[in-house]
Design a protein around this ligand. Structure first.
Ligand code: ZN
Length: 168
């Protein structure tokens, strides 16, 4: 392992472009559409496990595709069935839209992640499953850069932009 060509491992920041598609090849999201590559502090578990594993040991210039099963992605649709709640369960000032993610407080005060999947007048359909749960995903990845994380990034547990200087 030469320092001229660092490989992805814990404590490195990997900067990469990705396009994620569903089983039918339909593009769900692409960093190229967003207009900037994703900087990621490797090993923090903030990306799906299947992509995390596939990035291990890569270096700048690598391009690869990886198929990620639900188990290595956003999980199965096993968090229960969608339900319908009334609009007045939400704060008035919040502009609700489909795909919106929020957290509800469940019994004993533990937090339940929910996604809005339908809005019909005052009836709001919420789903406890991630919108991509149950989906096999295909990631198309291009590694642009691999570098050491700086102290501040390690302390914060996330990358500060491609160059490590977009801190806060
Ligand atoms: Zn930070």
């Amino acid at each position: 392992m030469s320092e001229d060509n660092p490989v992805v491992s814990e404590g490195k920041v990997v900067v990469f472009h990705y396009t994620v598609s569903d089983e039918d090849g339909e593009v769900i999201e692409s960093s190229k559409e967003i207009g900037q590559p994703m900087p990621y502090l490797y090993g923090t578990g903030h990306i799906v496990p299947g992509l995390e594993k596939a990035l291990d040991g890569r270096s700048a210039g690598d391009e690869f595709e990886v198929e990620v099963s639900p188990a290595d992605g956003y999980g199965e649709r096993d968090k229960g069935a969608p339900s319908t709640v009334s609009r007045d369960q939400f704060p008035d000032h919040v502009d609700l839209h489909e795909g919106m993610h929020f957290t509800a407080e469940g019994e004993g005060g533990h937090e339940i992640p929910l996604w809005i999947t339908g809005i019909d007048g005052d009836e709001i359909t919420v789903d406890p499953n991630h919108p991509l749960a149950g989906e096999t995903l295909n990631f198309d990845v291009e590694v642009l850069n691999v570098r050491d994380a700086n102290d501040e990034e390690i302390e914060h547990g996330h990358a500060h932009g491609p160059d490590g200087k977009s801190g806060h």
